[in-house]
Design a protein around this ligand. Structure first.
Ligand code: KG4
Ligand code: ZN
Length: 321
């Protein structure tokens, strides 16, 4: 059994999975309400919240799994990328448990964790496949040839797709984090009501700064009353532009890499239009798309663990290398 711990951003999460990838418990204490009033995550506030929640969250995951600490044979913890102070809370907790219980520990890359969400549950995805990874901090297309690694084929040159959703939501007067809110609002809107640009970037990279600026200008020229009246149309059209950019790149990446299968992971993979536009794509259950610790435990299955003494020397990192 593997205990996973995740504290890279504003979710304090712990989970227990079996070595085969069955999720026995997955506890997520979200801080989004705390950060909503600031319109984004405040790093120092996040670290303090993680400190308060990490103990109870790990305890709840262990009790909920029915296994307890005695049944755990390996730890997986997010090492980066993310907010450094937030990461250190989870990493320190994992080191302490590893040392106290003599357990091996795997430091996990958060992005590898998102990909490993596909290796959980009864219908696990087997590489090779081309994968779209779209979160609040990253947007990349990946070539996945084996479970333990991936190769990056393209990345965003500016904002991440989730960030574009969140910033767009803010312009529309919705609360943080805005992706799910735009998704819900777009259900009753016309995606063709407004024309927002899909960036033309060479290669397999992305750019979302143009679509965001275009929404800003549209909102300004419409004025408050018209925006309020047409909010659903704006959300649907904006969402359509982002989803088009994402799906186009994923298909191009699959073709370039010679992959016959595609998958989508990360918080934005929860988007209902993206899922509906790509019915052939493998995708994890909704609860495993946004940040969670089961995916971190899953990734920990594919890397050789460190001894407790080695684990004590591991540092967190803020950005992807
Ligand atoms: O993977 P994730 O939980 O955290 C990071 O690693 O960043 O992704 C969070 C992002 C946020 O930007 C959020 O707005 C977005 O995923 N998101 C969505 C949806 N649910 C979450 N974006 C679009 N549609 C959704 N349904
Ligand atoms: Zn994430």
């Amino acid at each position: 059994m593997i205990l996973g711990i995740e504290t890279s951003c504003d979710e304090t999460a712990a989970a227990v999975i079996t070595d085969e990838g069955e999720v026995l418990s997955s506890v997520i204490a979200s801080q989004s309400e705390v950060h909503a009033r600031y319109g984004g995550v405040v790093p120092e506030v996040a670290s303090r919240r993680h400190l308060e929640q990490i103990g109870p969250v790990i305890g709840e995951a262990l009790v909920g799994s029915g296994v307890g600490l005695d049944g755990i044979s390996r730890l997986g913890v997010t090492r980066g990328p993310g907010l450094i102070g937030a990461l250190l809370v989870g990493l320190s907790a994992a080191k302490a448990i590893a040392w106290a219980r003599g357990l091996p520990l795997v430091p996990v890359d958060h992005l590898q964790g998102h990909v490993a969400s596909l290796y959980l549950g009864p219908t696990q995805v087997e590489p090779p496949f081309a994968c779209l990874l779209a979160t609040g901090g990253h947007t990349q297309v990946l070539a996945v040839r084996e479970r333990g690694s991936f190769e990056r084929l393209g990345t965003t040159l500016d904002d991440a797709a989730g960030e574009a959703f969140d910033k767009g939501a803010r312009l529309l007067g919705l609360s943080y984090p805005g992706g799910a809110e735009i998704d819900a609002l777009a259900q009753s809107g016309d995606p063709q009501a407004f024309s927002f640009p899909v960036a033309r970037v060479p290669g397999l990279d992305f750019s979302f700064s143009g679509v965001k600026t275009s929404l800003l200008y549209t909102v300004r020229s419409l004025g408050e009353a018209a925006v309020a009246e047409r909010r659903a149309d704006l959300a649907a059209s904006y969402q359509r532009a982002i989803v088009t950019a994402l799906t186009r790149r994923l298909h191009q990446a699959a073709e370039a890499g010679g992959f016959s299968r595609i998958a989508i992971v990360g918080g934005v993979a929860a988007n209902s239009e993206l899922r509906a536009t790509l019915p052939e794509a493998s995708v994890a259950p909704l609860a495993l798309c946004t940040d969670n610790a089961a995916m971190i435990a899953s990734a920990a299955r594919y890397t050789a663990p460190l001894s407790p003494a080695e684990a004590l020397t591991v540092d967190a990192y803020a950005s992807a290398s």
